[in-house]
Design a protein. Structure first.
Length: 414
């Protein structure tokens, strides 16, 4: 099967591009606007509309394979590629990607995706978002050709078995963490609420505001949750506790044990507790923090995110046992073949794999993420796109349910 034509279209993301550097420096909000001057290159404002690029591969069979080029909400920081603007990158795709793909014979997904992901023009790889979208379309093309699901393509080529049960979905609250948590509790979402605790103001000068919120959340679950509802409480704190407690692993461990008691009887995950400003520095403190928690017999699970951007970074964090769980932020890894490899590497080495991404993705990339997660037996997956809970949760939940039902009907699990 050959690619006859590559077609692009400018698209919207499910959320926004926000300048995290400006947010962490205390940029003020007015409603949904974030005020002040941007700091990170590429951002015209501190908050910009989420933008994406649709990839359509017209195949010689007459079918069209789809992918979405997307970049995360906080692009351009902690070693990530810059903000993905269609007006900048569609011309590059037209000039540099189209000639490489049009007329290309698609063999296996793995071979074709690895080929594209490794390409360099003038000594530089394509933007991670471009590699992300094109490799999604390659996976779709192989699934179309072989008349099987995308998950079956991944399982076949990477010698795995597609999961039969639902993967826990982590919902994202945005700053609307009270009302959106109620939505999560009503729908018995398995992991809640992410929380977007990305400033000292939100966490508290001594961590007290995070304690207050956690207390409220636990009481809310107990008051309104369905009988037997036992969610994971997963808080993304963007390195703020590290800033508050001077990246002291012993002090941080004591603080997280305090949060663990407040979260009881629910499992507590803390994502990105530390950001020292470098990959190696962050990893080293994370190692000490993880050990300090274990020495206290704590069940808190630490998740790595920032500075854990690509497959090499993920292997670095895994090899050093710098966390209990790795968030594999799929758009940051470029080709989705890297996300697949990352999940398998985590699982092989005894760490949990959270196949995540960003609120700024699309329905297409979210459904591809489900295929990858189910085929690799990831431990958790994001609801995406968006921050409104309902829409993203519906997309991811329904895609998993459809896949399981379809495979059951084909006798896959027998």
């Amino acid at each position: 099967m050959k690619i006859v034509k590559l077609i692009t279209a400018e698209g919207m993301g499910g959320y926004y591009f926000d300048d995290l550097a400006a947010v962490k420096k205390g940029a003020k909000t007015d409603g949904y606007f974030i005020l002040g001057d941007p700091i990170t290159p590429g951002h015209k404002k501190v908050r910009n509309p989420g933008r994406t690029i649709s990839i359509m591969l017209l195949l010689d069979t007459g079918d069209v394979a789809l992918g979405s080029c997307a970049a995360i909400q906080y692009s351009g920081v902690v070693g990530r590629d810059p903000i993905l603007l269609p007006e900048v990158y569609i011309p590059q795709i037209e000039k540099e990607v189209k000639p490489l793909l049009e007329g290309k014979e698609i063999t296996t997904f793995k071979e074709t995706a690895e080929w594209f992901d490794s390409l360099e023009v003038n000594g530089k790889k394509f933007h991670t978002g471009i590699r992300y979208g094109v490799t999604q379309a390659i996976l779709d093309a192989v699934a179309i050709r072989d008349k099987i699901t995308q998950a079956e393509v991944v399982a076949k080529e990477y010698d795995t078995t597609i999961r039969h049960e639902m993967i826990p979905i982590l919902a994202q609250s945005s700053d609307n963490r009270y009302l959106n948590s109620d939505k999560m509790i009503i729908k018995s979402v398995p992991a809640i609420p992410q929380g977007l605790f990305n400033t000292v103001e939100k966490v508290g000068e001594k961590g007290e505001k995070l304690e207050e919120y956690l207390t409220w959340l636990v009481n809310r679950i107990k008051q309104y949750g369905e009988q037997g509802y036992n969610p994971i409480i997963h808080l993304d704190v963007y390195g703020i506790p590290g800033r508050i407690f001077n990246n002291d692993p012993e002090v941080l461990a004591g603080y997280f044990v305090k949060l663990e008691k407040l979260a009881s009887p629910f499992q507590l995950d803390i994502e990105c507790p530390i950001d020292t400003g470098t990959r190696d520095g962050t990893m080293q403190v994370m190692v000490s923090l993880t050990r300090a928690l274990k020495s206290r017999n704590s069940k808190v699970e630490i998740a790595a995110d920032d500075w854990c951007n690509n497959l090499s970074d993920i292997k670095f964090f895994v090899d050093n046992k710098a966390a209990d769980m790795i968030q594999i932020k799929a758009p940051d890894l470029g080709g989705i073949n890297n996300s697949i490899e990352a999940v398998l590497y985590c699982k092989k080495n005894g760490l949990k794999a959270f196949l995540g991404g960003t609120c700024n993705e699309t329905d297409i990339s979210s459904r591809v993420t489900v295929a990858m997660a189910m085929a690799t037996n990831a431990d958790m997956v994001y609801n995406k796109p968006g921050m409104g809970v309902d829409e993203g949760y519906m997309i991811v939940y329904n895609e998993m349910k459809r896949l399981i039902a379809l495979l059951e009907s084909k006798g896959y699990y027998k």
